[in-house]
Write a protein that binds this ligand. Sequence first.
Ligand SMILES: Nc1ncnc2c1ncn2[C@@H]1O[C@H](COP(=O)(O)OP(=O)(O)O)[C@@H](O)[C@H]1O
Ligand SMILES: O=C(O)[C@H]1O[C@H](OP(=O)(O)O)[C@H](O)[C@@H](O)[C@@H]1O
Ligand SMILES: [Mg+2]
Length: 354
Amino acid sequence: MVTEAIEHRAYARVGLLGNPSDVYYGKTVSFSLGNFHASVRLDPSEDLVIKPHPTHDLVVFRSIDHLVNRLENEGYYGGVRLLMAICKVFYHYCADNKIQLKTGNFTLSYDTNIPRQTGLSGSSAIVCSALNCLLDFYEVRHLIKVEIRPDMILRAEKELGIVAGLQDRVAQVYGGLVYMDFSKKYMDDWGHGMYAPMDIGLLPPLYLIYAENPSDSGKVHSTVRRRWLDGDSFIISSMEEVADLALEGRKALLERNYTKLAKLMNQNFDLRRRMFGDDVLGSLNIKMVEVARSVGAACKFTGSGGAVIALCLDGPSQVKLLEDACHKEGFIIQQALVAPTVLSDGDRVTLSSQ
Ligand SMILES: Nc1ncnc2c1ncn2[C@@H]1O[C@H](COP(=O)(O)OP(=O)(O)O)[C@@H](O)[C@H]1O
Ligand SMILES: O=C(O)[C@H]1O[C@H](OP(=O)(O)O)[C@H](O)[C@@H](O)[C@@H]1O
Ligand SMILES: [Mg+2]
């Protein structure tokens, strides 16, 4: 019986190559970004309580101006609905798989410093941390395979109507750098993709650039998804091209061929731009890529928009130019820190030997 508080953390993530093809049976290379994280705390308690965050779930305002401003900049939702949704998905998963849950209640609370809705996967970091708390509270970690967990996290968000893919959740469940293949065959046969952790030492120095520009990734994805579902051949073939970039990128990383990596990153953004169009991507997001490219850096979105990742092949002098260019435009820039794998021995025993 767990009587002590449990706390788990999940990091932001960077889609380095291949995103958003993960939403379309594609492939990606993604890594866990140590610069930012969300954390969830579970305290055993009399009642089951989901605690609103004092700032992210604000319901008390100074004035109507404050309320409207807040909604316009940050939207209607905070993390409470995410915590509720993962509890529901977890409960159903356990019931469907005959995993007995002991009785006892808990209070869930969360915190996050992941810039909100910037394509850094702030939403799934909260859900992933909560899932880890539930696994430990109910002592079922050994019964729920690591490979299945990203799908549980995704299902919690789908429950809320958030259009998203698996790459964020895989990077957050595994930590470190992961090559992912979501081919239909794997998804149909196993119910999950093929996830291959890679050595984080293969990554060159990378730079994260972002703006205070919240955008709802669900909105960004909806039109392209509709066209893909309708069999639009341009979207289907472009998405395949995007997926292939991850396959080539994995090879480039293994060979430490960063010139090739830079080329692939640029192609990734160019393909996204062709498919989604400038209106959907947003002028500020495009500007971030253009600013990085103006100093010769390779650049692409980390997720659906709000943040970009850049590679400076020419070294420190180019990084300096990049920093200056970003500061001039009011963009925030920092070196990307890679958070290593978070899998414990208890997690590893559940991994299938594929
Ligand atoms: N920093 C945050 N704090 C609280 N809730 C958040 C935060 N970021 C995202 N969310 C929740 O996740 C939902 C979807 O966010 P999304 O557009 O996917 O952003 P992200 O790219 O950060 O994952 C939001 O509507 C909100 O409910
Ligand atoms: O468009 C993308 O690259 C990603 O968008 C979503 O991530 P987000 O951090 O919310 O922008 C989505 O969940 C991912 O699967 C996509 O690859
Ligand atoms: Mg998200």
